[in-house]
Structures are given as structure tokens and as C-alpha cells.
Design a protein around this ligand. Structure first.
Ligand SMILES: Nc1nc2c(ncn2[C@@H]2O[C@H](COP(=O)(O)OP(=O)(O)OP(=O)(O)O)[C@@H](O)[C@H]2O)c(=O)[nH]1
Ligand SMILES: [Mg+2]
Length: 328
């Protein structure tokens, strides 16, 4: 990195750390698009991170996640805490960044410098969303946000990956889900630290709570001293239950810090990310240095014609790259 770039990065990080929304936005856009000096930026940002609490909020479409995020933000701001919100939108990969539509429901916080709100998408690359979310959270962490609220829709693989990044994961359910709760169960039970039954003003909230409790008691695998996810009822549109939810979250944080799972979880996140970085870097090196497009096509062609086998090709490529170990 030359001196000019280093100075640029330095002042960019400076502005991020002061909480400058423009600098934050530009950083998150770089993260989404993998453009600019994103690697250098993240490296410079990293020493200033590790303090924020990341809260993941997931649940089916329309469950009231955004309303809940809004209510939680209000309650946190009342406590003097700063908040960063990332609304992850895996369904529309091309809306990237700028859209702060109705889905976010954060109108009341737009002019509050203590709350930064952003919707996020990645262009094209499937599975890149978890990485981008983690990196955007790093930016907000460096910007001094006390809490980072990450909203994701549904329980697909991408969402589960994102939920696993969070220090605390809330799963939002609503009355009237009926059989959906069954379908929901499998993917959700393992990631939920706290269940939120939102729309508790509608009939059937108690039933959802009972169903969750029933499902939890079936979870025989749970250790006796493990955290049992509590159920908190909310009416997000009125802010009802938001304070209780924050207290429950604090309780979970204290519990998992005391029994070590807090650190374990963060360690797991970085283990996964480190392997990804390594894989990306190694692949990039190999493809850039000795496996250009033409060579790759050549290999693929001879493999498909059965003049070479793919395993021998692997060995050949690795040998050229200077790795002589035998693969399994
Ligand atoms: N009755 C009632 N309606 C609610 C409550 N919370 C949210 N809603 C309504 O439910 C609808 C969806 O709310 P959102 O907060 O956008 O839900 P969401 O889960 O973020 O939706 P997506 O992001 O589209 O998945 C809106 O019309 C809200 O006004 C609640 O506690 N009670
Ligand atoms: Mg929403």
C-alpha cells in the first residue's frame, strides 16, 4: 500500500470512528461490492472492534421484525446506547444499499445521530451475504455503536449463517402461524437464544408460547445447565415488551459470558471466516499465477474427454504451485 492510500485509509477510519454516517455508508458499500480498498480498510478498522453486541433478529416475512428493531432502537436510545441497524435483504440482490423503504420502518430514527440504519444486499454472490454482514458489523462496531441489530428474513441457509454471526439471536414468531411453526422448528430451534412472540395483541399469542415451550421440552439434547431460550411477548408497533426484551437479552449476555459460550461463539465465527479468507486467498493465488482461464479450459476439456483424470490434474496444479503434499 503506498503512502497516499495509507493516508486516505487512515482518515477514512478516523471518520468512521467519529461515527460519520457518510464514511460508514461508503465503507458498507465497499463491503457489499468488494470494491475500492475494502481489505485495507477492514484491516485498519479491525483493531477498533470487538466491543459492540450483535443481535440477530430473524423470523418469517411480515412477523414484525422491522417494527421490533424500531422499538428496540427506541428503548436502547432511551438508555443512552447507540445503535446500528443492518436490514439484510437476500431476496433482492440488486437493490444494494440505498433503499431505505417502508420495509425498514425506522422513520422515527432518521434524524438521530445515535442510530445508523442501513439495508444491505450483495450483488450476485450467493453465500457472500454472511461475510458482508460480518464486515458491515465490524464497520459499525468501529463506529462506536453499542448494539448492532441485524434483521434477516426467514430460515434459509443464508439466514442461518447470518444468525450464527450474532452474539444473540432472536427468533420472531406470531400468532396464527398454525402448522408453520412445525416447519419453522427444525431450522430455528438450534439458533434461537430468545423467542419473541410478536403481535401479542392478536388472539393466539399464548398458544404460540405454549407450542414453543412444548418444542423446547422435546429438546432432549440440551445440557441441563444450558441456556433455555425464554419467550418474550411484544407488540412491536406500540413498543410494548421492548424493555423486557432488552432485559432478557442482558440476562442472556451475562449467562453466556459467565459460562464461556460467549467467547466460544465469537471464536467459531472467526474460525469459519479465517478458513474462508484462506480459501479465497489460496484460490486467488493459484488462479492468478498458474491457472488462467485458458489453462483451466484446457484442463476441463481433457478431463471431459477422459484424457486426464481430475485427481491427477489437481496434483499437477498443486505441484506447480509448490505444494507437494498428497491430498486425500
Ligand atoms: N397487530 C400488530 N401488527 C404488527 C405488530 N408488529 C408489526 N405489525 C404489523 O405487521 C406488518 C409487518 O411489520 P414489519 O415490521 O414490516 O415486519 P417484518 O417482519 O419486518 O417484515 P419483512 O421485513 O417484510 O419480513 C406491518 O403492517 C406492521 O404494522 C404488532 O405487534 N401487532
Ligand atoms: Mg422488515
Amino acid at each position: 500500500m503506498n503512502e497516499r492510500v495509507a493516508t486516505e485509509i487512515e482518515s477514512w477510519v478516523e471518520r468512521i470512528r467519529r461515527g460519520d454516517p457518510k464514511a460508514i455508508s461508503r465503507a458498507i458499500t465497499s463491503v457489499e461490492n468488494r470494491n475500492g480498498r475494502v481489505r485495507e480498510l477492514l484491516q485498519a478498522v479491525f483493531p477498533h472492534t470487538g466491543r459492540a453486541v450483535i443481535i440477530g433478529i430473524t423470523g418469517s416475512g411480515g412477523a414484525g421484525k422491522s417494527s421490533l428493531v424500531d422499538a428496540m432502537t427506541s428503548a436502547l436510545r432511551k438508555q443512552g446506547k447507540t445503535v446500528g441497524v443492518l436490514a439484510i435483504d437476500p431476496t433482492s440482490p440488486f437493490t444494494g444499499g440505498a433503499i431505505l423503504g417502508d420495509r425498514i420502518r425506522m422513520q422515527s430514527h432518521y434524524n438521530d445521530p445515535g442510530a445508523y440504519i442501513r439495508s444491505m444486499a450483495t450483488r450476485g454472490s450467493l453465500g457472500g451475504l454472511a461475510r458482508a454482514t460480518l464486515e458491515a458489523a465490524l464497520v459499525l462496531d468501529a463506529a462506536g455503536k453499542d448494539y448492532i441489530l441485524v434483521e434477516t428474513v426467514g430460515v434459509g441457509q443464508d439466514e442461518v449463517e447470518i444468525a450464527k454471526l450474532a452474539d444473540v439471536t432472536l427468533v420472531v414468531l406470531v400468532p396464527g402461524l398454525g402448522d408453520d411453526i412445525q416447519a419453522f422448528k427444525a431450522g430455528v430451534m438450534e439458533i434461537a437464544d430468545i423467542f419473541v412472540v410478536n403481535k401479542a395483541d392478536l388472539p393466539g399469542a399464548d398458544r404460540v408460547e405454549q407450542e414453543i415451550e412444548a418444542a423446547l421440552s422435546l429438546n432432549v439434547a440440551a445440557q441441563p445447565d444450558a441456556w433455555r431460550p425464554p419467550v418474550v411477548k411484544t407488540v412491536a408497533t406500540r413498543g410494548t415488551g421492548a424493555e423486557e426484551l432488552l432485559e432478557t437479552i442482558s440476562g442472556f449476555i451475562a449467562f453466556s459470558k459467565a459460562n464461556g459460550t460467549w467467547d466460544e461463539r465469537r471464536q467459531r465465527v472467526w474460525r469459519v471466516r479465517l478458513l474462508e479468507l484462506l480459501r479465497d486467498r489460496l484460490l486467488q493465488q493459484v488462479t492468478q499465477q498458474l491457472l488462467g482461464d485458458a489453462a483451466l479450459n484446457q484442463y476441463a476439456s481433457s478431463i471431459s474427454k477422459r484424457t486426464e483424470d481430475p485427481y491427477a490434474v489437481m496434483d499437477e496444479i498443486l505441484e506447480k504451485a509448490g505444494w507437494h503434499g498428497t491430498a486425500n
